[in-house]
Write a protein that binds this ligand. Structure first.
Ligand code: AMP
Length: 281
């Protein structure tokens, strides 16, 4: 496994890989790797010749009051895990090389970024689409792998790649969960034992919503959201940011449940904001 910090160096390697007609699978991450990230890397390993993983905590996707400085980092551990799952190139650029002082260009997807997480994290998706565009330009992947856990990010990145004619196939893989259902996240480590216990309510609420739709034919989103809210608010450390039921095609809230919907939520547990979602047909 090669560890590369320098942008020119990885661009030269990419040229050589392309010259040999080998395919590149790419997994962009902010590091502190866990089983969710590893599931993406393993899939890339199966489907492409050369697997590139980036580890970059991207400052432009964090708001001023958010956890950029404290975001968990453990590069030595990330190296070990990456080697274990067969990553070929680990790209770990410095902030000042990705965003030199003279950096003035940003990429923004309209409309899709206004709702859900975009509403409570203004500027977040602008940061995401900017860094993903830059990484796509540098790595030039044939296939890029993303997790369903960040459902809105998936929609936004897909739309960006389509609108900007970036020739990459984007694959989405299922959310990997802890045994009790909590979606694995680098931020779960912020939770104290009591908060960790209460955090189970996110997936419990999503599962209950699915049950209401599938088993009880409840198609009123308002009623479903109220039930979910009750399940979450039984836990005294929780504060709901949003619970939404949206159309899978355009992320617009639905008035009645039909077709395929995305049920998404963001909840603060103590000081930690967690997100999760499921789709229901
Ligand atoms: P992050 O390092 O949090 O930016 O995540 C990097 C990639 O891993 C994104 O595509 C995430 O959606 C994906 N990811 C994060 N957590 C999970 C999980 N629990 N299951 C599947 N994919 C995940």
């Amino acid at each position: 496994m090669k560890i590369i910090k320098n942008i020119n160096q990885i661009q030269n390697l990419v040229k050589k890989i392309k010259y040999k007609n080998k395919t590149i699978g790419f997994v962009p991450t902010m590091g502190y790797l866990h089983d969710g990230h590893l599931s993406l890397i393993k899939k890339a390993k199966l489907e492409t010749d050369v697997v590139v993983v980036s580890i970059f905590v991207n400052p432009t996707q964090f708001g001023y009051t958010e956890d950029y400085a404290n975001y968990p980092r453990n590069f030595d551990r990330d190296i070990k895990l990456s080697k274990k799952v067969g990553v070929n190139l680990l790209f770990h650029p410095e902030v000042k090389s990705m965003y030199p002082d003279e950096h003035l260009t940003y990429v923004e997807v309209e409309r899709l970024t206004q709702s859900l997480c975009g509403a409570s994290r203004p500027g977040h998706f602008r940061g995401v689409t900017t860094i993903v565009t830059k990484l796509f330009n540098i790595v030039q992947p044939d296939i890029a792998y993303f997790g369903q856990k960040d459902a809105q990010q998936v929609y936004v990145v897909k739309k960006m790649a389509k609108d900007l004619n970036i020739s990459v196939k984007i694959k989405i893989l299922p959310t990997i969960r802890e045994k009790d259902g909590l979606a694995i996240s680098s931020r779960n480590g912020y939770l104290n034992p009591e908060e960790r216990k209460q955090a189970r309510c996110l997936y419990q609420a999503l599962k209950e919503a699915r049950k209401l739709i599938k088993n009880k034919c409840e198609y009123n989103p308002g009623k479903i959201k109220r039930t979910m809210q009750k399940i979450i608010e039984r836990n005294n450390k929780t504060k709901i940011d949003y619970i939404e039921i949206v159309d899978c095609k355009n992320l617009e809230p639905v008035k009645k449940i039909k077709g395929k919907v995305l049920i998404a939520l963001a909840v603060h547990i103590g000081n930690t904001r967690l997100i999760d979602n499921i789709t229901v047909k």
